[in-house]
Design a protein around this ligand. Structure first.
Ligand code: ATP
Ligand code: MG
Length: 208
């Protein structure tokens, strides 16, 4: 039996992750592979409630450590209830954001650093890492413009450019640290070209 693959999509706001996710899912399913598409924070009833709390602009917004722990609370629920069972059944899982996003947003953007997140990661999911992560990379102002055309700003999108620059830098650091797993997609290109890049990077996963 073909064993499952765990693929994650990362990148700053409006980079085109969710747009590409739908197209990538179609493309993988066309090969006769059973694939689950999901997102973080979210993917479970509890996770979606935490997502709403995390994204809604709030006066009593979560402090950075609370934000990090809420992300991981949603994540472990998602892993144990949805992601791991699907992988165990041989399904492929495509997840819009995962733990690299915590390193980027809470580690980089919020300034918590990578070390504390590594400790939590080791405890929360010691045995699960994506087989492949596509990092949708583009200048933050371009992404924010795209995101602004889509909808009003959520709590993260209300942050200043400095925040997103720190997030992008932290994503680049993740890529340097995990060059085999994390592949960069030039997200400034049009949707067709972005998808072509993604397909090239996904191709090796189809080899047993
Ligand atoms: N390659 C592209 N070129 C131009 N516009 C794009 C491209 N990909 C997506 N878009 C548009 O940009 C907007 C943001 O795209 P999308 O929602 O896929 O980004 P995202 O990375 O999922 O953002 P977020 O991090 O906020 O979830 C959408 O309106 C989408 O139609
Ligand atoms: Mg999205």
């Amino acid at each position: 039996m073909n064993s499952g693959r765990f693929i994650t999509l990362e990148g700053t706001e409006g980079a085109g992750k969710s747009t590409a996710a739908a197209a990538i899912a179609d493309w993988i399913r066309q090969r006769g592979i059973e694939l689950l598409i999901t997102r973080e924070p979210g993917g479970t009833e509890l996770g979606e409630k935490l997502r709403a709390l995390l994204l809604a602009p709030a006066i009593d917004a979560p402090v950075p450590k609370a934000e990090l722990l809420m992300m991981f609370a949603a994540r472990v629920q998602h892993i144990e209830r949805v992601i791991q069972p699907a992988l165990d059944q041989g399904k492929w899982v495509l997840c819009d954001r995962f733990t690299d996003a915590s390193f980027a947003y809470q580690g980089g953007g919020r300034g918590l650093g990578a070390q504390s997140i590594e400790v939590i990661e080791q405890w929360a999911h010691p045995d699960l890492q994506p087989d492949l992560t596509l990092l949708f990379d583009l200048p933050v102002d371009q992404g924010l413009k795209r995101a602004a055309r889509r909808s009003g700003p959520d709590r993260f999108e209300q942050e200043k450019l400095d925040f997103f620059s720190a997030v992008r830098d932290a994503y680049h650091q993740r890529m340097q640290r995990h060059p085999t797993r994390i592949k960069r997609v030039d997200a400034s290109m049009n949707e067709t070209d972005v998808l072509s890049q993604a397909k090239l990077m996904l191709e090796p996963l189809f080899v047993d």
